[in-house]
Design a protein around this ligand. Sequence first.
Ligand code: FES
Ligand code: FE2
Length: 333
Amino acid sequence: MAKSGRKPGRAVNAVLADPVDRFGLPMPFGWFAVARSDEVVAGEALSVVLAGEEFALWRGEDGEVRGIDAICRHLGSHLGHGGVVVGNDLRCPFHHWTWKGDGGVASIPYQEKVPLRLSKACNLALPIHEDMGIVFAWWHPDRVKPLFAMSRVEEVAEQGWIAADYREWIFDVHIQEITENGADVAHFPALHNFPSPPVPEFKVDGYFRYSSASSKMPTARGMVEGKIDVRAIGPGISFTRFWGITDMLMLQMQTPLDGSRTALRHIYFHPADLEDKKVNVTRKLIRNTASQLEEDAKVWSHKRHLEKPLLVKNDGPILEYRRFYSRFYAGRD
Ligand code: FES
Ligand SMILES: [Fe+2]
């Protein structure tokens, strides 16, 4: 038989090149990380994708970040490619109209007066919130204004915890699947080699979700019992606080790019004066979290979302999680 150059164990027809929509889920509304603060540099626009749409972000001379739909409503140029910041406004590269952060036109160089219908918001403006070195944007498919607020994080805002590390990935998976992972307790021993599944408590309060779990954590002295508290703000942001063997706060931000791709960003905070021994444990936890994600990603890249999964009693609070999540799908709650 002729040689194919393929590795043994891999068939020529192994992958659906253009698969069906593996998830069949809509885009949730909420606050999502759209950029790191240091990516929105003075003077120029930054192009970002959120929930299947393109937006242009920029920082005005007053330091505030603004964001509008990237497509200039005049004749369709992309403001994220070649847009220039003028004062607090963004100038389109094509005919030099300038856009305000509220989505209205500030000026048209060859027209004395901007017509009223254009000076009022005629492009979509994103509500923006900047904190902890991240630019967050509110997205809703029906353009509804923010339904909940981003809250301050005590450890960072008041106790001066420092960011020890930052990581980012893009995964081929719908955003809902990423956080469903935490409720899916049976996969921890199977996929991540945990000695036993975590035992989570799960509490919902409006648009927020709290869960708490005892879990074994790796240390130089072997596996040690630790505690994890998770606080989720909507579908896009969660804080995981590690207690016991170290003090760490992991800010996880998942941002839907489209129905099957999600950007994930992590910032790991710890107290500025954390003792050396605990710094080492923290480093190890960070490495562990990252390698766990890589193990998950191998499953995520090919899995599908099953509306009616065949669950058994010890599968964990998966359906409870899905009920909570569905409130972020407009018209479904
Ligand atoms: S397309 Fe933007 S100013 Fe004309
Ligand atoms: Fe996992």
